[in-house]
Design a protein around this ligand. Structure first.
Ligand code: 3E9
Ligand code: MG
Ligand code: MG
Ligand code: MG
Ligand code: MG
Ligand code: MG
Length: 365
């Protein structure tokens, strides 16, 4: 094939921002990955060139530096799992074996003192992350982080089953898998920790706040699928992203799949903005900070995604955009035809504003 797909600027009405300590954070993440020997030497050499600390610095531009650094180290660790164990390793084709390995890893996240997986560098790195998370998290936030890791692990096992069979899921299954296999939900507890608050569970777990967070997962992973298509489609390995799913399910060319995926993420972005603004108008100060950082997470992933060597691959350059657009290609407020997420369009913030009063939960409207 001649050259790949040209990815156009994507709709992003969220301003860019970066933590002033981004360079130091990025350097310290390189040192952390080397100290803990994350991934094979070859993988690690690639990962430390990807500006992952800069990505974390964009996700929490005003966050506490120690927490931004935990996030950066955690993301490089996640790539050690996602690239090293799943996408490039033999385990990624063996879901039955993978589930045991990840379950043991989860035990280390939950109880870092258990004498398990001794000498496993990813487990040792995870122990360190868990100890540092504990320093800045409440017990509830630690539990959320472990639970989110479990949902990430579950979805990569599902992905591994498609990889082992070389099958491509349909759009609905792919969407459900992708809400978690992009490791977006595991970042959320760190958004709270970065600003030293705990969102009240009656707010965080309300349907509307859960929906707005899921929309952020969708936008971040659809954007990743656009920006990483070049890298992923050129490897000799099995790969899964929304363009491949649409090409397969709807017999589209890559260019047609691109147009369709962009329209999907634009519609979700429009809904995200509406719901975010509605929730911010009635929510607590903590919720407003949380919503702000869902935005910086989305925008940070975009700014990093179009510029990181991970995706630009200068030796075989990807045609990635260098700017963003301020209008959607599709501004329809109709639900997407994806049953797993179509309910997002039924959520209205007014219906979901909860006020905890003396330990009880009251609906305000
Ligand atoms: C992303 O999907 C895989 C995650 C494990 C990467 C770690 C990233 C985060 C925790 C933040 C979310 C950011 C994203 C999704 C960029 P995939 O398609 O395997 O990532 P790749 O970089 O290989 O395209
Ligand atoms: Mg992956
Ligand atoms: Mg990947
Ligand atoms: Mg603590
Ligand atoms: Mg990708
Ligand atoms: Mg602020």
């Amino acid at each position: 094939m001649e050259h790949g797909l040209i990815v156009p600027p994507v709709f992003s009405p969220i301003p860019p921002a970066i933590h002033p300590r981004h360079e130091a954070i990025n350097e310290s993440t390189t040192a952390w990955a080397n100290d803990y020997a994350i991934g094979s030497r070859e993988l690690r050499e690639r990962l430390v060139a990807h500006d992952i600390g800069t990505f974390a610095a964009r996700v929490l531009p005003e966050g506490r530096e120690e927490v931004v650094s935990i996030l950066a180290d955690f993301i490089i660790w996640l790539f050690g799992v996602d690239d090293g164990l799943c996408e490039e390793g033999e385990l990624g084709k063996d879901p039955a074996e993978l589930v045991g390995v990840l379950s043991r890893m989860l035990r280390v996240a939950q109880n870092p003192d258990v004498p398990m997986l001794a000498g496993n560098p990813l487990a040792t790195g995870l122990r360190d992350l868990r100890h540092r998370v504990s320093r800045y998290a409440t017990p509830g936030q630690e539990a959320r982080w472990v639970d989110a890791l479990r949902e990430y692990f579950l979805s990569v096992v599902w992905e591994a089953s498609h990889r082992s069979n070389e099958t491509v899921p349909g759009l609905n299954d792919y969407t459900l898998m992708r809400l978690y296999d992009g490791a977006t939900s595991v970042v959320l507890p760190l958004l709270e920790m970065g600003h030293g608050y705990e969102l009240h569970p009656s707010e965080r777990d309300s349907t509307a706040v859960r929906a707005v967070a899921e929309m952020a997962y969708f936008i971040i992973t659809w954007d990743n699928d656009l920006f990483s298509y070049h890298k992923e489609s050129r490897t000799q390995q099995y790969y899964l992203n929304v363009l491949r799913v649409l090409e397969h399910e709807q017999q589209l060319t890559p260019a047609e799949a691109l147009t369709e995926a962009v329209a999907q993420r634009d519609r979700v972005m429009c809904l995200f903005l509406r719901l975010r603004d509605g929730l911010a108008a009635t929510g607590s100060p903590q919720l407003r900070q949380y919503l702000e950082n869902l935005g910086t997470f989305i925008r940070g992933a975009q700014d990093w995604g179009i510029s990181s060597l991970r995706y630009t691959t200068p030796d075989d350059p990807a045609e990635l955009p260098s700017t963003f657009r301020d209008t959607p290609t599709d501004d329809s407020d109709e639900a997407l035809d994806i049953p797993a997420v179509a309910w997002w369009w039924d959520v209205l913030p007014e219906r979901e504003t909860f006020q905890p009063v003396r330990g009880e939960i009251h609906r305000s409207a």
